[in-house]
Design a protein around this ligand. Structure first.
Ligand code: NAD
Length: 361
């Protein structure tokens, strides 16, 4: 195998593959030759500045370049009949993604997309259960890293939740509305979207890449109960009505005084039953994702996250981006609108702190 693009994330793909006993990491490629050399030296493999010499030397490839290069690199390998794992978002446009899907189909090789949260053990625990999500809140907040600036918060962060929503809820999204803002210039840094699925599910999805305290959570209400996932701590909380409440409801009016008095303390436990699952903390998601890809290459199994899944998440992300662009901040399309068109600030919230004082502190 080879890894193409060994920056922040790609070097971890390469490290894991170099340590898998049944994989031979033939080389690592990076447009920055110093980076390719540094990673190759550490892992005892060969550095390359471009991927072309590897096209006929590998049986599978992992592509971790910036998104703008996913299509050109992945299409070259698929044309050469090489199975591809490509990081998310699968490509820059749906048309590019469709092209990769067609190439993979023609070559009859797996195309997997790096939606890594599908390998989060808490999410794996959730999807084993019969839950038909009807209202979902997803939050994905992180600090500004200066990476992935070729895309905005929708394609960088929110796409993880859009992919999981499509996997969980199924069916088509009928309507999308969204609001989002560019804070640092370039692409949107924070976004909130409301998705209305044709099957009646409503999802509120928020992503921010300028938040001080990271948070990655999903909360689901369903006829079967409630599920809450904390992707950072890998905790899954499940709540369901007791059998009695499911059958008869909570008949407060028929309760005696003493039972009513205990109600507040007994709601969670007796009437609403709670299961807290601490998913395996040692489980490394990236290793699981890479192993799964290798297994699909070897056995011909369909990947858990296919090219079509990556494409569908991208298509929904594009609908969110379209909705962002038309959002009128002052209620009229003629006024300021879209993530880059914020109204002029009315003033400072507090007297600006001078740079010299920040540096001294
Ligand atoms: P990065 O900028 O740190 O690394 C990208 C590397 O690719 C750089 O070293 C760069 O020199 C190299 N590169 C650029 N063009 C190249 C080309 N044509 N051929 C070979 N190398 C090339 O970026 P990153 O944060 O590692 O992100 C890379 C990809 O991974 C992006 O698509 C990003 O969206 C994705 N990503 C996914 C997750 C996840 O949770 N699954 C997390 C972070 C990043």
């Amino acid at each position: 195998m080879a890894v193409i693009g060994v920056g922040h994330l790609g070097q971890h793909h390469a490290r894991i593959l170099a340590n898998l006993p049944d994989v031979n990491l033939v080389g690592v490629v990076d447009a920055n030759p110093d980076q390719a050399r540094a990673v190759a030296t550490k892992l005892g493999t060969t550095p390359y500045e471009c991927f072309e010499p590897l096209l006929d030397k590998v049986e599978a490839v992992s592509i971790v370049t910036p998104t703008i290069h996913h299509h050109s690199v992945a299409s070259a390998f698929l044309r050469a009949g090489v199975p591809v794992l490509v990081e998310k978002p699968v490509c820059r446009t749906v048309a590019e993604a469709d092209d990769l899907i067609a190439l993979a189909k023609k070559a009859k090789v797996p195309l997997q997309v790096g939606h890594i949260e599908r390998f989060n053990p808490a999410f794996e625990e959730l999807v084993k259960r019969p839950i038909r999500a009807k209202f979902v809140e997803a939050e994905r907040h992180g600090p500004f890293t200066g990476r992935s600036v070729d895309i905005g918060a929708v394609l960088d962060l929110m796409i993880h939740d859009l992919d999981m929503l499509l996997a969980l809820v199924g069916g088509k999204v009928a309507r999308v509305s969204a609001v989002g803002a560019v804070v640092f210039g370039g692409h949107e840094d924070m976004v909130n979207a409301r998705l209305e699925f044709e099957n009646g599910c409503i999802a509120h999805v928020t992503a921010s890449r300028i938040t001080r305290h990271p948070k990655r959570r999903l909360r689901i209400w369903a006829p079967e109960g409630y599920a809450g996932i904390d992707f950072v701590t890998r905790k899954l909380t499940l709540v369901q009505q007791s059998e009695e409440v499911r059958k008869y409801g909570l008949r407060v009016s028929e309760m005696d005084q003493a039972t009513r008095a205990r109600l507040k303390d007994e709601v969670f436990g007796r009437y609403l039953q709670v299961l807290n699952l601490d998913a395996d903390r040692k489980h490394d998601q990236l290793t699981a994702e890479l192993r799964h890809f290798i297994d699909c290459v070897r056995t011909g199994k369909t990947p858990r996250v296919t090219g079509t899944d990556g494409r569908d998440a991208l298509e929904l992300a594009e609908r969110v981006l379209d909705a962002l662009r038309v959002h009128p901040w002052e209620g009229t399309p003629a006024g300021p609108h879209g993530p880059g068109g914020l109204p002029t600030p009315a003033g400072f919230l507090f007297p600006p702190i001078q740079l010299a004082r920040i540096e001294a502190a």
